[in-house]
Ligand binder design. Structure first.
Ligand code: SF4
Length: 65
């Protein structure tokens, strides 16, 4: 699911330390930097959100580590 990333989301992401990227997912293999379910990770990595222009892309398989 993709939703626009606005200033409010960025503020709340920081304030509440929201976890939604691969780096905080139980299915992420940190050594190989891959998803255990074989999904592409490009749009779910923390580095993707260094740009404020990209939409928020929630992964439906995300499992909080
Ligand atoms: S399930 Fe989604 S959030 Fe978790 S590692 Fe795979 S791509 Fe990333």
């Amino acid at each position: 699911m993709k939703v626009p990333q606005d200033a409010r989301f960025r503020l709340q992401r920081s304030r509440y330390a929201l976890r939604f990227t691969c780096e905080h997912c139980a299915l992420f293999d940190t050594e190989r930097e891959t998803c255990a379910h074989g999904f592409p990770t490009d749009e779910h990595r923390a580095s993707y959100y260094e740009s404020e222009e990209v939409p928020v892309v929630f992964c439906k398989d995300f499992e909080l580590e």
